[in-house]
Ligand binder design. Structure first.
Ligand SMILES: N[C@@H](CCC(=O)N[C@@H](CS)C(=O)NCC(=O)O)C(=O)O
Length: 231
């Protein structure tokens, strides 16, 4: 039985996992979860992921949430070599670091600035903007110190999948990050060298871009955490 991925079409963590599956050439069922309809907030969905977040992987009854854990599992299980998730201890530690950095800081800050105000009643403020610049500056510094073409090595790893989808959110709102030259170069290299992966990311970017201009109406939603924008 092929595995199943529950994914949202404009969700950066979901798009990171979809890139990984493509790169690993793994056959899978894609189940699109409709965020706007709150399909992830049902008790049925909570059986798959008690956090009620997307994505979730179902490997024949083995359910796994948290996109970093999914990427690690897929690369370990299906990788024909150890390129995407290297076995060398220090390289693997750097990959793990970049995944943690993305979760704790990079995507977190980008998401607070870009995504939260599109979908919910949050504002872009000088503080959310400052956090994005801190995140970009950190990433630029990591690229400079490591001196590699990609985030953790001279080849792509599962860390790049996450960092690219996070960066795509900035492009979706035309955020100028050209003052972070190594981030800019890394992002352009990725697009050029992996057009088939970029195509997956770009689909989500176009949706976010459209929502940026015309935010979705989620006034019907009863969200446990986020304030709903009243239209
Ligand atoms: N840390 C989680 C985050 C996943 C996440 O935040 N997904 C969003 C969609 S992009 C979600 O499901 N949010 C639930 C909600 O806001 O109700 C991961 O990396 O998988």
């Amino acid at each position: 039985m092929p595995i199943t991925l529950y994914s949202v079409s404009d969700g950066p963590p979901s798009l990171a996992v979809r890139q990984c599956l493509k790169m690993l050439n793994v056959e899978f069922n894609l189940v699109n979860v409709d965020f706007g309809l709150g399909e992830h907030m049902t008790e049925e969905y909570a059986k798959k992921n008690p956090q009620k977040e997307i994505p979730v992987l179902d490997d024949n009854g083995f359910y796994l949430g948290e996109s970093n854990a999914i990427l690690q599992y897929l690369a370990d299980k299906y990788g024909k070599d150890d390129k995407l998730y290297p076995k060398d201890l220090q390289t693997r530690a750097i990959v793990n670091h970049r995944l943690c950095f993305n979760l704790s800081t990079y995507y977190r800050y980008i998401s607070e600035h870009v995504m939260a105000p599109i979908f919910f009643d949050y504002a872009r403020t000088p503080l959310t903007l400052k956090k994005v610049h801190i995140a970009l500056d950190n990433f630029n510094t990591y690229l400079q110190r490591r001196g590699t073409k990609y985030a953790a090595a001279d080849h792509i790893t599962i860390a790049d999948f996450q960092l690219v989808t996070a960066t795509m959110c900035l492009e979706a709102i035309n955020f100028d990050f050209s003052s972070y030259p190594l981030v800019t170069k890394w992002y352009a290299t990725y697009k050029k060298e992996y057009p088939e992966l970029w195509a997956i990311v770009e689909g989500g970017m176009k949706e976010i871009s459209t929502f940026e201009k015309n935010p979705p109406d989620l006034s019907h939603m009863n969200h446990p955490i986020h304030p709903i924008r009243r239209h």
